[in-house]
Design a protein around this ligand. Structure first.
Ligand SMILES: [Zn+2]
Length: 276
């Protein structure tokens, strides 16, 4: 861990864990709720659930992450929230694991969302210089992880419901993550802004290489502005700070409400048959 020699690691502070519990619980239970648009459908039977699996871990830091996730009931709570919202034809595994790399992905072959503990180390490194104390850092790490997790949920729903999708699947997954987190009120918006911040900080690190444009993922700064635009578009009257403080250009902001509404309506139509 990068901060090990500087201070007591954030995950050793019990009071910080209380905050994690709060954040975890706030995000749960407010996912994808748009009851007006729900239509009943019985083509798909609800015979599956999200299941959290803690794969065996050797690395000491990863053991600490595992302990915190378990004690704060973070992914178990998220799974409970998703199970109360989504009709699943089979189990989807949320696999908390040691990967040997900083990563998270959805595997369509095994129907698993794989969340690597190393990703938390990555967030620790990214946000360390921008955090005032361990609690701030812990919250930034956890919020960014929420953004990534719901991004993977975005890939998952397209796969298991065989949804029609055009355009870039990575942008689509960012849209799903944004919509889910916007449903979690201010805590969700904070998580989204953390996700956006992650892309911004990464985009400021050195030169942009050609691969930024050829990659399936949109360039980091593009993802940053997309997220800002969608947050802004969801509530333009109360989101002036995204222009004045976060740097969303006025000319992009002009179209964000329409962009958000179209995106939100489209996903609601696509997902409503699969909501409980
Ligand atoms: Zn992705």
């Amino acid at each position: 861990m990068i901060m090990a020699e500087k201070a007591k690691p954030w995950y050793k502070r019990w009071w910080a864990i209380t905050i994690f519990v709060l954040i975890g619980l706030i995000v749960i239970g407010v996912l994808l709720t748009d009851e007006e648009d729900q239509i009943s459908q019985d083509a798909l039977s609800d015979t599956g659930d999200f299941k959290v699996v803690y794969s065996p871990v050797k690395n000491q830091d990863n053991l600490e992450y595992e302990r915190i996730f378990k004690e704060a009931y973070i992914f178990d709570g998220i799974a409970e929230g998703l199970n109360s919202e989504l009709i699943l034809p089979y189990n989807v595994i949320i696999n908390l694991t040691e990967c040997g790399e900083e990563n998270a992905f959805y595997d369509p072959n095994t129907k698993q969302i794989v969340m690597c503990y190393e990703l938390m180390d990555h967030f620790a490194k990214v946000f360390y210089d921008y955090s005032e104390n361990d609690t701030d850092l812990g919250i930034a790490m956890l919020n960014s992880m929420f953004f990534v997790f719901y991004h993977e949920v975005g890939h998952m729903v397209v796969d298991i419901y065989d949804l029609p999708a055009t355009g870039n699947p990575e942008d689509n997954a960012d849209q799903v993550s944004t919509l889910i987190l916007l449903g979690a009120d201010i805590e969700g918006v904070n998580a989204l802004l953390n996700g956006a911040n992650w892309f911004f900080i990464k985009s400021e690190e050195g030169n942009i290489e050609e691969s930024a444009f050829s990659d399936i993922h949109s360039p980091d700064k593009r993802r940053y502005y997309n997220i800002l635009c969608w947050i802004y578009g969801s509530d333009p009257e109360n989101a002036e700070s995204l222009i004045t403080e976060w740097g969303l250009p006025e000319d992009r902001a002009l179209g964000c409400e329409e962009e958000y509404n179209r995106m939100s309506n489209s996903w609601n139509r696509l997902l409503s048959p699969y909501l409980k």
